[in-house]
Design a protein around this ligand. Structure first.
Ligand SMILES: O=c1ccn([C@@H]2O[C@H](COP(=O)(O)O)[C@@H](O)[C@H]2O)c(=O)[nH]1
Length: 282
């Protein structure tokens, strides 16, 4: 049976769990509960408990590789990826690595994401241009999600600049949104990262890239508005989703409680976030 591609995996998970919520797996040992506090050898256990508590509520998981690499915990990430595939095979996993390098090195990063970790998609910085993205597109079913209009304030420094210093010229992030909808999307599996902290820009990206899935971090701990996010980026017609949003929340869910009830608290926080996102679809 041919493998299901990333976009279809997202749509299937959305249907199965009626959810636009992506839980971000950003394990920070200093915030672990009880006896696990400060112990990096518990990264896998902590994340697996979060997965067990939330797996019927999500459209995707997004492990951020830095939280593993900083503790030499890549083997725990490998184990976690295998665990998610085993217990939640219907949930795609986006490896948040924000890679970006020349083609020969990008080939190695693509192998790391898709072969070593078995990720369904990876986040990339498009700053080095199409030849730095192309090696990922050679994997026909895998997703590549390009940073477009990021959630941090400093994202404006470059992404909001106009291509020529003339009013009316597109901004860098607008140009990228157009490319992702058209020429660059050679396997049909590109996505764009747009921050929930900038709902007007989400709407602009959606206009320029009407069918590209948007990964939207910035609700929860960064204060982005869930309702405004969905209104700006989600599109459906006649019961069919035409513009999908995958809305990430990490710390607000992982650390909803610092006690032994952390997993139950994460579940409650995920339920609340999922319901809030769904209410905004109406
Ligand atoms: O523009 C961006 C791109 C990526 N991120 C990542 O998303 C999560 C957000 O975590 P919260 O705890 O929900 O704030 C984190 O992994 C970032 O590296 C982003 O925030 N903004």
């Amino acid at each position: 049976m041919p493998a299901m591609n990333f976009v279809d995996q997202l749509l299937r998970a959305e249907r199965a769990h009626h959810s636009l919520l992506c839980v971000g797996l950003d394990p920070e040992p200093s915030r672990f509960p009880g006896e696990w506090k400060g112990d990096p050898s518990r990264i896998y256990d902590f994340c697996a408990a979060i997965v067990d508590a939330t797996r019927d509520l999500v459209i995707a998981y997004k492990p951020q590789i830095a939280y593993f690499a900083a503790h030499s915990a890549e083997p725990q990430l490998e184990r976690l990826m295998a665990y998610i595939r085993a217990v939640a095979p219907e949930v795609p996993v986006i490896l948040d690595a924000k890679r970006g390098d020349i083609g020969s090195t990008a080939e190695q990063y693509a192998k790391e994401a898709f072969v070593r970790y078995g990720a369904d998609a990876v986040t990339l910085s498009p700053f080095m241009g199409f030849d730095s993205v192309e090696p990922y597109l050679r994997y026909p079913d895998k997703g590549a999600i390009l940073l477009c209009r990021t959630s941090n304030a400093g994202g404006s420094d470059l992404q909001n600049q106009r291509l020529a210093d003339v009013d009316g010229q597109p901004r860098v992030y607008e140009h990228l949104a157009r490319l992702a909808q058209t020429h660059w999307n050679t396997n049909g599996q590109l996505g764009l990262v747009v921050g929930a902290t900038f709902p007007d820009e989400i709407a602009r990206v959606r206009d320029l890239a009407p069918t590209v899935p948007l990964l939207i971090p910035g609700v929860g701990a960064q204060g982005g508005d869930a309702k405004a996010t969905v209104k700006a980026g989600y599109r459906a017609q006649g019961g069919r989703i035409t513009g999908l949003v995958v809305v990430n929340s990490s710390r607000a869910i992982l650390y909803a409680s610092d006690g032994d009830d952390f997993a139950q608290a994460a579940r409650r926080a995920a339920q609340t976030a999922r319901d809030e996102l769904n209410a905004a679809r109406a």
